[in-house]
Design a protein around this ligand. Structure first.
Ligand code: FUB
Length: 340
């Protein structure tokens, strides 16, 4: 506590460097936490990491998750309740394996769990499952969302009630394979040599239909521009989108945040519409232990929090633990970089 006080914030969850943040869950490995406030509580929708003894590769073959648990907390720092297994891959008719980073949304009395999984052809699609409770269990739709592909769905609902899904991830997330409009399985990580000075691959966004089960329009590019208004380039590995999209709104501006993957940064860009374009602003968090970095940002009781994961407990990239800490901004609304 003395160290926390010396760092000048007075909050155990707001430290840079000084305080070791503890995992929220330790009996299971959990990752990719999507946090939401439903009915005055914080709900966390994470991946459930497991040891499948698959060697690490650039396609993420070592991430062989098979189900999801949901967690809730009455307050930050409070007891974390595990609501148990809420969806299993065996109960998703179209899915074969690799239940990666999920998200959740609420509309018209129904909670929606969105999740990526590989179909029986080995192609990542986005599925949706529904429940009358934020803690599940969730029942999967028989087919993936029509026109969906790649990974890491994140659903943002604006003040006007419209909901948007952001998605995508390159390398193992297969986003590059859809660059031409049809699936090209030869593109393993990105567009390959000779494309370094082209615009970086973009995350995708689409307005959701009223029933939240389909896209109301074709997927569009989420453009990230530099301060000169030029798209970030494919070789700009420290700033370009890789995976793990998230959207939040603060003081009327839209903040698109994401992971840079192979450079292990959480970054953000700012725009004036949920569709963008977004101007690159900076780093939210420097690299954590482990290869992946994946986050969500949520407001609770007047403060903003960053949910994220690291591999500090296991020492293994594919066995991660979810954590939370306060997200601070300067007076202009710029997010202060966290050193985990
Ligand atoms: O958890 C599997 C994958 O690792 C996620 O989908 C990515 O965002 C990365 O965290």
């Amino acid at each position: 506590l003395l160290i926390a006080f010396a760092a000048g914030t007075g909050s155990l969850y707001a430290q840079n460097d000084a305080v070791k943040i503890q995992p929220l869950v330790t009996d299971l490995y959990t990752a990719d936490p999507s946090a939401h406030v439903f009915n005055g509580k914080i709900y966390i929708y994470p991946s459930h990491d497991v040891e499948a003894h698959v060697a690490q590769d650039d396609e993420g073959g070592h991430f062989q998750m098979r189900d999801y648990h949901v967690y809730s907390m009455d307050k930050i720092g409070g007891k974390v309740t595990d609501h148990g297994r809420v969806l299993d891959v065996k109960d998703v008719p179209w899915a074969d394996k690799q239940m990666w980073a999920p998200d959740a949304a609420f509309k018209n009395g129904t909670y929606y769990l969105y999740f990526p999984a590989k179909d029986k052809q080995g192609i990542f699609r986005i599925g949706v499952a529904t429940s009358k409770s934020p803690s599940g269990p969730f029942k999967a739709q028989p087919e993936p969302i029509a026109g969906s592909y790649s990974i890491d769905p994140a659903v943002f609902t604006d003040a006007d009630g419209k909901s948007y899904m952001y998605l995508g991830g390159i390398w193992g997330g297969q986003l590059q394979r859809w660059h031409s409009g049809t699936y090209d399985k030869t593109l393993m990580t990105d567009l390959g040599k000779g494309h370094e000075n082209e615009s970086a691959l973009s995350a995708k966004v689409a307005l959701m239909s009223g029933d939240m089960l389909s896209f109301a329009e074709p997927l569009r590019d989420v453009q990230i521009l530099d301060t000169n208004g030029k798209p970030l380039l494919a070789a700009d590995n420290d700033r370009r989108f890789f995976e793990g999209a998230w959207m939040h709104k603060y003081n009327g501006k839209y903040y698109f945040s994401y992971s840079t993957g192979d450079t292990h940064l959480l970054c953000y860009a700012e725009g004036s519409s949920p569709y963008g374009p977004f101007t690159y602003k900076g780093v939210i968090m420097n690299p954590v232990e482990g290869w992946t970095t994946h986050h969500s940002i949520v407001e609770f009781d007047g403060k903003w929090y960053l949910f994220y994961h690291d591999s500090a407990l296991s020492g293994k990239t594919h066995l991660r633990n979810v954590k939370v800490r306060e997200l601070l901004r300067d007076e202009a609304g710029n997010i202060k970089t966290i050193n985990p």
